[in-house]
Design a protein around this ligand. Structure first.
Ligand code: ATP
Length: 199
């Protein structure tokens, strides 16, 4: 199957753009959603996390206490690496399984970490949603109510805008008004349908 990888920094508009493709009938696989499913109660990965960090990493309901885990890995790079080594292959397998279920003309993998991980090997084409860092900051702060330093920290931890654009096959300039998105997405959609047909 022909797969488009859709990526961009925090607050760039990945979800907004992905929803336009979904409106055209294209099946989406959402990396954020799969990464939450990977640590649901009953999943092997959650048991491994509880073994390593103790039961206090779980809520009384047996769910992952994300804040507690984030605090641990934020202060301990080796624990962060351990967690990534555990979760990335699990999430990647879930992605492959989900992409195989796609029935639309082509599939889209929406992932903030497409270029930072081996996930980009799963896709035929890379579509980057691009805005300036200032716009990322403003939109993410408005959406999440987070403070500036938190969002800046996340932007710093992600791949640079320059490197992301360098890896792009296609770019959506999302500085432009949202009303212009459907037409621009339609142009890409038609191109992807043709590419999928000739694959
Ligand atoms: P994250 O990686 O943080 O989940 P994202 O890349 O999926 O973010 P969105 O949630 O789609 O980004 O967009 C971030 C915010 O910016 C949302 O509130 C969205 O409504 C708004 N937004 C998206 N595109 C535009 C645009 N072209 N003009 C104005 N606002 C926009």
């Amino acid at each position: 199957m022909f797969i488009v990888g859709l990526t961009g920094g925090i607050g760039s508009g990945k979800t907004t753009v992905a929803n336009e493709f979904a409106a055209l009938g294209i099946d989406l696989v959402d990396a954020d959603q799969l990464s939450r499913e990977a640590v649901l109660p009953g999943m092997d990965a959650l048991n491994c996390i509880a073994e390593r960090f103790g039961e206090s990493i779980l809520t009384p309901e047996g769910e992952l206490n994300r804040t507690a885990l984030r605090n641990i890995v934020f202060h301990a790079p080796e624990e962060r690496r351990w967690l990534e080594a555990l979760l990335h292959p699990v999430i990647r397998d879930m992605m492959i399984a989900a992409l195989e279920q796609s029935t639309s003309d082509y599939g889209i993998l929406v992932s903030p970490l497409l270029l930072e991980t081996s996930q980009h090997e799963l896709v035929d084409r890379i579509l980057v949603v691009d805005v300036t860092e200032e716009t990322q900051l403003q939109r993410a702060m408005r959406r999440d109510g987070s403070d500036e330093s938190t969002i800046r920290g996340i932007i710093e931890a992600q791949i640079s805008r320059k490197a992301r654009l360098g890896a792009a096959d296609d770019i959506i300039d999302n500085e432009l008004p949202m009303e212009t998105l459907p037409d621009r997405v339609l142009i890409l959609h038609k191109r992807y349908c043709e590419m999928a047909e000739s694959k």
